[in-house]
Design a binder for this molecule. Structure first.
Ligand code: SAM
Length: 245
């Protein structure tokens, strides 16, 4: 998969050299390219923003600089296949595991990281005539820029690419997976720590009982912490014991 990130702070993306994403880059599973938006500014101050039409506080990122940057980045790829453009925005589509799976199936993503009051609205309108565009929100709060959103999305997407997570089983039983539940609590050695014991059943070696205990815990945890997720469960995927929990 190829991912391009356009930003005025390329150094913000440095953590993508680390850990599993860094290894995926080394292995060639992920071709990640970070670009400095200011390289497309045309004045000697490398200006990328201007005052908002209509007045008000803050600055708005200029569409001409962004347009030139995206034209070049998109033009550097296969002309027969446009990328999917992702524009982080607090007003965008909420980022979820389902969207991460959707993005992991794309061959090429381009991130346009806004700053200040955001990017001139015509940028998205213009780009949408040539490629699929999704404005994506990390959540109902406001960050200073789109870089952190790009970091989060790249990490969530990259770990779904084949070969990135060592044991693909890890991707099956986790929160926000196919069963729609949060993950059960996990434990490791020692069996007793600061007077707290690992639940007896996990030491029993009885796989069926362990699986049932884990499912009960996942159902309980989801009901307690995220009743909104319980409301979305497929009733036909719940057995009588699930309903009793
Ligand atoms: N004035 C904008 C608004 O109220 O919608 C917020 C601008 S914010 C200070 C600057 C940039 O940070 C945005 O253009 C976007 O790229 C990014 N950003 C802020 N919050 C975000 C969020 N919750 N999800 C994704 N990106 C966000």
């Amino acid at each position: 998969m190829r991912i391009d990130v356009v930003t005025i702070f390329p150094d913000y993306l440095a953590p993508l050299d680390l850990s599993l994403v860094g290894k995926a880059r080394e292995a060639g599973v992920l071709d990640l390219r970070v670009h400095d938006l200011r390289d497309w500014a045309t004045d000697r101050h490398r200006t990328v923003d201007d005052t908002p039409y209509g007045g008000g506080a803050g600055m708005v990122m200029k569409p001409d600089v962004w347009g030139a940057a995206l034209d070049d980045v998109v033009g550097s790829g296969d002309p027969a296949r446009a990328p999917r453009l992702l524009v982080p925005a607090p007003s965008g589509r909420p980022f979820t595991q389902a969207l991460a799976h959707e993005l992991a199936a794309e061959p090429w993503l381009v991130f346009a990281c806004g700053r200040y009051e955001g990017i001139d609205a015509r940028l998205v309108e213009d780009a949408a005539t040539r490629m699929p565009v999704t404005e994506v929100s990390l959540g109902d709060y406001v960050l200073n820029g789109g870089e952190v959103a790009a970091l989060v999305i790249v990490e969530a997407v990259a770990r779904l690419l084949p070969g990135v997570v060592g044991n693909p089983e890890s991707l099956v039983e986790e929160s926000h997976g196919a069963d729609g539940l949060l993950e059960y609590p996990v434990y490791t050695k020692p069996p007793t720590w600061r007077g707290l014991d690992v639940p007896e059943i996990l030491l029993s070696g009885h796989h069926g009982n362990v699986a049932r205990w884990r499912r009960d815990q996942a159902l309980r945890r989801t009901a307690e912490r995220r009743p909104d997720l319980v409301a979305r469960l497929d009733p036909s995927a719940l057995d009588a014991r699930d309903r009793a929990v």
